[in-house]
Design a protein around this ligand. Sequence first.
Ligand code: ZN
Length: 477
Amino acid sequence: MKRFVFSLIVVYSFCFMFGMFGQVSAASSPTLFLDGKQIATDVDPVITKGTTLVPLAVISSQLGYEVHWNNELREVNIKNQSTEISLTIGNKIALVNNESYEILEAPFLLNNRTMVPIRFIAEVFGMKVDWKQSVSEVHITRPIVIAPDPEPSVTEKTTVINVYNENDATIHIEFTGEVSNPKVMELQNPRRVVVDFADTGFSPEIVNSFIQGKTEVSLEGYDFITKYRYSIFTADPLVARFVVELQDNTKYSLLQTENDVRITFSVPSDDDSEGEPTSPEDPVIIPPIDTKKVYHIVLDAGHGAKDPGAISKINGKKEKDFNLSAVLKLKAELDKHPQIKVHLTRSDDTFLELDERVAFAEKIPGVNVKADVFISIHANSFDNSTANGTETYYIRDNSKKLAETIHPHLIAGTGLTNRGVKTAGFKVIKATTMPAVLLEVGYMSNEKDVKALFDESVQQKLAQELTKGIKAYLNLQ
Ligand SMILES: [Zn+2]
């Protein structure tokens, strides 16, 4: 920014200096409209290779932005409170808040007027630009400013709460609040896709993790994309921006649901027809496609390896083996549902500390997202062999509904005595933060229970019933 400090001349003196020059007209000059009203310009706009350029004075006197001209550097600087565009005569690289953008036509001097690309500037400042070719008209529409309510209504702000990638194939963006239709632009050198979400901010956790105002994820060595970054593009109006750098042949698409947007990447197969080429001044707006959210479910088989859990005095069987067998069968059932993705804390006879199980659920390895549901499976034991039956435990308020929804299915699955839904501070359901339950499926110390626990058909029924319970909890068909 240092170079803007010296020799700045505001545009008003610039206009004054060059105001006496005569009008240059061309038969094909487009007419400019702002919010439906025609804008008069002392120099006609010109179209060069499909790009409309207007005299710089339009930007200040008509659109009302602060404009500076640096004669020495032949540089134009346009800004509002939060956004600063800098353009240089003859240079196709524009800077927006110090991020470079390639523009189709460089600003140039025409009869001592600085001609600047209107669409690029207007869109950076959040205006809508329509080109009506048949009548050669450029229509610029400013966003409607709604006066604040005397008593502001409590509306939830749209906030990005989580961003993660599945390798280089998908970037997930999760939101709270209503997701606005993203604006998508493709830019070159390097090739990248820019996705803007209007009226959208980031959670305090994400903002706190920004380094130099953004988060940048490098994916070197992958096939589709090389890196992506996200930041607050402008603060007023609030815009969240995602920029993904693509390999030359990578295709991308956006899938939008109520509170989740996915950008997916692929390379075209041989028989794919080439799409229309896009340019920085022709943003491609991809309409939302009705897709469904994927729920991440962590299943936790209690104990493992050196920690056998309860050992049955009746048949010598170990709790850890039942837990794992039950979890694997449940996973197989849940895997049949396209909206459910199951993650196992252990899939074999491995030992994990309780803290490791909690950490796994809080940030699932590979997807780096918190589980939507956590279910830990155990079997019980007691000195008195008459104790028997099935229990569901929860401890935190956000887990009560999960416990109450799943429990009837658990009972239906085991066919054992219903000991009810209970609260207890087991570490894995207390230290986690998502809805979490711990199932004590039956008693290893009771003859009837332990026989059922290790019965393949009971385990299968249990898996089917728990799947019904989980789907009911998630409102899935
Ligand atoms: Zn246990």
